[in-house]
Write a protein that binds this ligand. Sequence first.
Ligand SMILES: [Zn+2]
Length: 234
Amino acid sequence: MSPLIEKMLTLQDRDRKMLQLLREQKDVPARKQLIESRLQAHRESLKASQEEIKKLTATLKNIEVEIEGKKDLIKKYRDQQLQAKKNEEYRALEHEIATVQKQIRAFEDKEIVEMERMEELQKKQTEHQQDFQAEEKQVAAELQVLEQRVGNIQQELDQFRAERTALTAGIEPAWLSRYERILQKTGNFGMVPVEKNCCGGCHMTLPPSVVHEARRGTAITTCNYCGRMLYALP
Ligand SMILES: [Zn+2]
């Protein structure tokens, strides 16, 4: 293999590593969002249980108001009883009082059921709160790792760029510009080996003359199908 092709392959190796790093760099915002979105789900379930508690608190308050109202009503009936002149009148009020007391008991039964539900909800909310805090810690740790990786990517890219400048200094401009154009177009390889008379990039069978040219390795030889530069494996 000619020293020029060897140099080009070293360059390609660095370029591919750089492309990989650039892709990783581009993915960072999406990865960050994905990590943060996990917290969002927790935030939502926490908010939902808070809403439920708020609603139930209002329900319980309403029950209290109803019971108080009924108790006032009984007081009013008792006062009326004191002023009752006839027995029937007194008994009728006694009957009214019994009815209201029954209503109060019904409200109190309902209150017990709702208070049990409240206890459940509060337990659930505490769990949600704990889950949220645990996830928050986890998310912060993952974001920190990602942030570190961002710094490392930049450092590696800077290193590769410096190395690349040194490498390209020894490569013929015609080969270099051709290679760079193809690499940009294909996004993966600018140079591929000839494998069993086929292009190592698109795998199409190459004409014998092209294979022959690639083996000589003295001129730029490209695949007729994908345009990648060809070289022969030793
Ligand atoms: Zn090809």
